[in-house]
Design a protein around this ligand. Structure first.
Ligand code: DGL
Length: 274
C-alpha cells in the first residue's frame, strides 16, 4: 500500500442514508478530518437485492470515491460490506474499514454466555458475513434475524409508536427465546432504533452498534498509519448522492443534523467487477 496524503479527505460509502449514522460517529471521533459521503440513494435499499448486485453497485460507489483521491474508504453499510468484504482490500491501494468485522469482534469480547444475536437486512443475513467474522471466536453461537421493515420505519422518521413496537416484538422474540446477552445492530439504520430495541430486549442485553465500532476501527487504523490530522482545524464535509439532492438533504438533516447541506447529485459508472 502506498502512503496516502493525510491532508486528503476520508470517503464514506453507503447505499443511501443509513451510513449517516456511521458518519455521525466518525465526525464525533475524528472532528478534524474532512469527509466525503456518497449515498447510492437512487438504488437503495440494497438489503433486499441479490448479493452479486449489491457487490457491483458498492464497487461502483467505492471506485468513485477512490477516484476523488480520498486517503481512506469507509464502507458504511452492512449490506455493502457483506458483499465486498472479501475483495475490497485487494482492489484499493488505500486503507479500508467496514462495519461487520469490528462489530463482530466487539460482540465476541462483550458476550458472557456466548449467545450473540445480529439484526440486519436480508442481504447481510444471506451473505453469512457475521457468521464468517465470528468463526474465529470459539464457543459463540450466533442467531441472525433479518428485520426488513426497520429500514422503512427509520426512513419514514418513525422511531416510536405501537406499529414499530409490534414489529420489534415480532422480530426480536426469537432472539429472546435464544437467550442472547449481546445484540449487534448490523444495519446502519438501526442505531436510530436503539431505544425501541433496548426497550424490548431489556438492559441485560448489550447492544453493539456497527456504526460506533466502525468509527473506532477507522480511528485505530488511521492512527496506526499516521494518517490523522493531529491539530485542531476547520474540517469540511461534502455530500454526494445518486438520487435527488433535495430529498437527500431533507432526510440527511433529520438523521445527521443541520450540517448536511449543499448535496451534489452524481452518476456512477459501470465497473469491471471481476
Ligand atoms: N445501509 C444498509 C445496511 O446497513 C441498510 C439500507 C439498505 O438496505 O440499503 O445494511
Amino acid at each position: 500500500m502506498t502512503s496516502p496524503d493525510r491532508n486528503r479527505p476520508i470517503g464514506i460509502f453507503d447505499s443511501g442514508f443509513g451510513g449517516l449514522t456511521v458518519m455521525r460517529a466518525l465526525v464525533d471521533q475524528l472532528p478534524n478530518e474532512d469527509f466525503i459521503y456518497l449515498g447510492d440513494t437512487a438504488r437503495q435499499p440494497y438489503g433486499p437485492r441479490p448479493i452479486a448486485e449489491v457487490r457491483e453497485f458498492a464497487l461502483q460507489g467505492l471506485d468513485y470515491l477512490a477516484d476523488l483521491g480520498v486517503k481512506a474508504l469507509v464502507i458504511a453499510c452492512n449490506s455493502a460490506s457483506a458483499a465486498v468484504l472479501r475483495d475490497a482490500r485487494e482492489r484499493y491501494d488505500i486503507p479500508i474499514t467496514e462495519v461487520i468485522v469490528p462489530a463482530a469482534r466487539r460482540a465476541a469480547a462483550a458476550t458472557r454466555n456466548g449467545q450473540v444475536g445480529v439484526v440486519c437486512t436480508e442481504a447481510t443475513a444471506t451473505s453469512g458475513s457475521y457468521d464468517d467474522a465470528l468463526a474465529i471466536a470459539h464457543d459463540i453461537d450466533l442467531t441472525t434475524q433479518p428485520c426488513p421493515r426497520f429500514v422503512d420505519f427509520v426512513e419514514a422518521g418513525i422511531t416510536s409508536g405501537d406499529e414499530l413496537l409490534e414489529a420489534a416484538h415480532g422480530y426480536l422474540a426469537p432472539l429472546q427465546r435464544q437467550g442472547i446477552d449481546t445484540l449487534i445492530l448490523g444495519c446502519t439504520h438501526y442505531p436510530l432504533l436503539a431505544g425501541v430495541i433496548n426497550y424490548v430486549m431489556g438492559d441485560d442485553v448489550q447492544l453493539v452498534s456497527s456504526a460506533e465500532t466502525c468509527a473506532q476501527a477507522t480511528y485505530s487504523q488511521l492512527t496506526r498509519l499516521g494518517l490523522l490530522h493531529d491539530e485542531p482545524r476547520e474540517a469540511s464535509r461534502r455530500f454526494l448522492t445518486t438520487g435527488d439532492a433535495r430529498s437527500f438533504e431533507g432526510i440527511g438533516r433529520r438523521l445527521l443534523g443541520s450540517f448536511v447541506t449543499d448535496v451534489e447529485q452524481v452518476v456512477l459508472e459501470a465497473v469491471s467487477v471481476g
